[in-house]
Design a protein around this ligand. Structure first.
Ligand code: SF4
Length: 370
């Protein structure tokens, strides 16, 4: 089964750390943009007619900032043009302060059955410093509206002035109001974003402090019944994000909208990040792809290992051999030997030990250099 990702590039304002394709000043173009997305979905449908999809993920940006009727039409377009499973996981990202009871009702009627809410931090001062448009109270209101729903909450670490107590409260408040999935990400100060200046000024926590925050967060999440299934993702039993699991298993997915990427039949492609260019392409019945690369067999193996090593289950060595026709232990013998102390190795799995997952990049790199 494959996934569908749709990017909605509008937000109320730009957060100080954001380098995603989001255009707060272009929200007036939402109607035309969505018309282009529906058209792009129709254009790619013949190529994907034999695919079965079991996830649809509406991300951004802030999808909940545009009129809910566009989202309902988007889900309808996905169902019309693609073979979307009846029990498909359909997720929308929402920001506190941009949802209402009627909006959530319409989402549910449209078939959305999973919500991803951006809290980031339960401290209003830090939220304001990040440029987030919402407060903790607005998050609570949003979470109450989602009571009983399958919803996830995003929490960030590595923030300026953030204490362990802030992290504890962020996780507690998410859990208390019913989240069954929590994503805990470390801030990455991207060059070109306003927050990069804070980084250059040494105002952000250093790597050791972030590692301490992460370990603290993992412990807290565990105490509250959230199991880690990927380095940044934790959930109650059975509440893993099906859509993201497909990414980490190197599954196929189609991407629609500005900056969206796809992975179909060992080809990865990315759409333009330029909104005007996107409009021009789609209106003239051309795809808006700016980058397209066929993934060679050695690259496929590396991708598989890199993605699987991020997860708690690690590499399924039998699956690896059945997919690629070579034993994993033989192919990556040098990297396994070098990192033996960091790995759990069993008959059919090689995984990074829990305590080293946060520094998985330094371990994975040895596997990619094999
Ligand atoms: S809400 Fe998300 S996409 Fe929008 S500006 Fe903030 S970080 Fe970027």
């Amino acid at each position: 089964m494959a996934g569908i990702y749709v990017h909605i590039p509008f937000c109320r304002s730009k957060c100080r750390y954001c380098d995603f394709a989001s255009f707060p000043d272009k929200i007036g173009l939402a109607e035309s943009y969505m018309a282009c997305v529906y058209r792009e979905m129709a254009m790619r449908a013949p190529e994907l007619k034999d695919y079965k999809f079991d996830t649809l993920y509406i991300g951004g940006g802030t999808p909940s900032v545009i009129d809910e009727s566009y989202i309902a039409m988007l889900v309808a377009a996905a169902k019309k043009h693609y073979n979307l499973a009846k029990d498909a996981e359909i997720t929308i990202e929402v920001n506190p302060g941009t949802v209402s009871a009627s909006k959530i009702d319409l989402y549910k009627k449209a078939g959305i059955n999973r919500f991803s809410v951006g809290l980031q931090c339960a401290n209003d001062k830090i939220l304001a410093d990040l440029g987030r448009v919402h407060t903790l109270n607005q998050f609570i209101t949003c979470a109450k509206l989602l009571k009983g729903q399958n919803f996830s909450v995003d929490v960030m670490i590595g923030l300026k002035g953030q204490t362990l107590e802030d992290i504890s409260q962020s996780i507690e408040v998410a859990a208390m109001y019913g989240a069954c999935h929590i994503s805990m990400y470390a801030l990455t100060p991207e060059d070109g974003t306003p927050i990069y200046t804070d980084y250059l000024n040494g105002e952000l926590p250093d790597a050791d402090e972030v590692a301490e925050q992460y370990a603290f967060g993992v412990k807290k999440l565990k105490e509250l019944g959230f199991e880690r299934y990927e380095v940044s993702n934790f959930c109650k039993k059975g509440r893993e994000s099906r859509h993201n699991l497909n990414y980490w298993r190197r599954g196929e997915y189609a991407g629609f909208g500005v900056s969206a990427s796809g992975h179909i039949n060992n080809v990865r492609y990315t759409n333009t990040f330029d909104l005007d260019e996107y409009f021009k392409c789609i209106i003239s019945n051309h795809f808006a792809v700016i980058d397209r690369a066929e993934i060679t067999p050695p690259e496929q193996r590396d991708e598989y290992v890199m993605l699987a090593m991020r997860t708690a289950r690690g590499v399924d060595t039998r699956e690896y051999e059945s997919l690629f026709g070579v034993p994993f232990a033989r192919e990556y013998e040098a990297a396994i030997q070098k990192n033996r102390e960091f790995l759990d190795i069993s008959a059919d799995r090689v995984r990074i030990k829990d305590e080293y997952l946060f520094v998985q990049n330094t371990i994975i790199i040895d596997f990619l250099e094999t």
